[in-house]
Design a protein. Sequence first.
Lengths: 112, 115
Amino acid sequence: AQSVTQLGSHVSVSEGALVLLRCNYSSSVPPYLFWYVQYPNQGLQLLLKYTTGATLVKGINGFEAEFKKSETSFHLTKPSAHMSDAAEYFCAVKTGGFKTIFGAGTRLFVKA
Amino acid sequence: DGGITQSPKYLFRKEGQNVTLSCEQNLNHDAMYWYRQDPGQGLRLIYYSQIVNDFQKGDIAEGYSVSREKKESFPLTVTSAQKNPTAFYLCASSIVWGTEQETQYFGPGTRLLVL
């Protein structure tokens, strides 16, 4: 069965610091992996996705994630945090025709 | 602009009442989904529809019902059988079901509160 674990329900960084949000998945077949962002009282917006090919995926707003099969990880990073990055981030996994499984979310706080 | 609209933004339900949440998309997507979001629990799938006139139960369908009479519309009814309906409800759509193109696009959500 598929599953997604996001390590840390809350992450706090200073403005300009590195953002690292961790995601580990469990899947018996090659997965498709997604990161979504949610701002307060809004829907989810796709940041980036991995399907096949290059394991380093670049997304919107300067975010990127690397698919590491050996570590079953898909961590999200951004070199320099901005105040506007404060939001909740969801990692998700999908295999083949089955439904998408979402992690519990990580809320990112950015300190001035 | 193409997108997904949900209405109302806030909805209040009295005990024993059925309420219906609207979801409309003009993206020409075949597949549509309803999720429930509770704090600290991520998104849980209530119902999904791969195509018009077809829908399937998700993980937490009890107390909910849906219809898919038109491609662009997928309303969700929260029935009186749902004993804990207070949550944020998200509607989503994707081009097709079950392919790698299945990026889901989300609406802005409806927050349901019980009076």
